[in-house]
Design a protein around this ligand. Structure first.
Ligand SMILES: Nc1ncnc2c1ncn2[C@@H]1O[C@H](COP(=O)(O)OP(=O)(O)OP(=O)(O)O)[C@@H](O)[C@H]1O
Length: 312
């Protein structure tokens, strides 16, 4: 099996690169020879994944956080669309939040993760495809593997990713702190949500999450029943309510106990359109895509069933 590794040297404040000699020994022991390529900047994991697919690699392991895993998956899916064989995605999670790995129940220590990659079979999972407006006002689109959302989460992503303590303090504490600070200044978003060409749902929201996996925000179980292979999104709408009440209840998100909260609606669907209620795009809701916040709504989210081969 030809194994390629895409390593983000700064993910999780460089945790994996510091431990690399030990990690490399574990990889050799369980998977044999591998080719290591490092990212230098945004977009590199996507490009390297396309290169690995074009060179006939069977397994491409994303070593980093959710951003690296998401970019790598996007590259593999693009390569498949261009006619290359579909390599499997493996994960060596070492980021700040690593919510996708959390949803898969991956162990914390790298040795066990490598052992699990080597011992597991291939599994097909769904992915999402999102079209949105990027920061230059242009239409952009890409795949996501875990959760895409809009509203408060977009602001929190930008604040967490700019926070110099990222990777140095526990992810849960950082995300919770940034959620509170951003929420304080956040103005709720007025949006129209249309699921599977049904009746449009208009409302003022704090968050709309389109979930393939269950966790985001450094351990919040926002979509407790989301499944990676049911061919559907779980769509969680958190409507605007008193800020004090929402802050008081935010802890419920960590355990998934918000299901029956009066401000929460959870629906299922395979295509979701979210538009700004006013029609003006300039200050419309910020989107979050697997932990990065590259643009705004209007956005369309479409599930692509069984599109990604996973080995972990
Ligand atoms: N060599 C590099 N130097 C600086 N930034 C990089 C480098 N390689 C990748 N990046 C950037 O790192 C970010 C992705 O980091 P990643 O999500 O993998 O880790 P994380 O943010 O620590 O973890 P998580 O997303 O799980 O919280 C992307 O914004 C990407 O553009």
């Amino acid at each position: 099996m030809k194994v390629g590794i895409i390593l983000n040297p700064v993910a999780g404040d460089g945790r994996l690169i510091r431990d690399w000699p030990d990690v490399a020994v574990a990889l050799k022991q369980h998977l044999g020879r591998f080719e290591l390529r490092e990212t230098q900047a945004e977009g590199d994991a996507e490009r390297l994944a396309i290169e690995f697919a074009a060179e006939g690699y069977d397994l491409v392991i994303a070593a980093g956080g959710d951003g690296t895993a998401s970019e790598t998956a996007d590259g593999l899916l693009q390569a498949t669309r261009e006619g290359h064989d579909r390599p499997a995605l493996g994960l060596l999670p070492c980021g700040t939040g690593t919510d996708f790995a959390r949803g898969l129940g991956l162990p914390d220590d790298i040795d066990s993760v490598v052992e699990r990659i080597a011992g597991s079979g291939m599994r097909l999972i769904d992915v999402g495809r999102i079209s949105y407006i990027d920061d230059h006002g242009a239409l952009a689109s890409r795949h996501f593997i875990n959760i895409a959302s809009l509203g408060l989460s977009g602001h929190v992503d930008r604040a967490v990713n700019a926070d110099k303590r990222k990777g140095r303090i526990p992810a849960k504490a950082l995300f919770l702190w940034r959620t509170v600070t951003e929420f304080f200044n956040y103005r709720f978003d007025d949006v129209v949500v249309t699921i599977d060409d049904g009746e449009p749902i208009m409302g003022r929201v704090a968050l709309v999450a389109i979930a393939n996996g269950p966790f985001f925000g450094g351990g919040m179980m926002i979509a407790p029943d989301a499944s990676l292979d049911d061919g559907q999104f779980d769509i969680v709408i958190l409507r605007a309510a008193g800020k004090v009440a929402l802050m008081r209840d935010i802890h419920l998100l960590y355990s998934g106990q918000h299901r029956n909260h009066p401000a929460v609606t959870i629906l299922r669907g395979s295509k979701v359109l979210v538009e700004p209620a006013s029609g003006a795009f300039e200050n419309s809701a910020l989107v979050d895509i697997d932990g990065e916040a590259p643009g705004r709504v209007p956005a369309e989210f479409v599930v692509v069933p069984g599109a990604l081969k996973l080995k972990c």
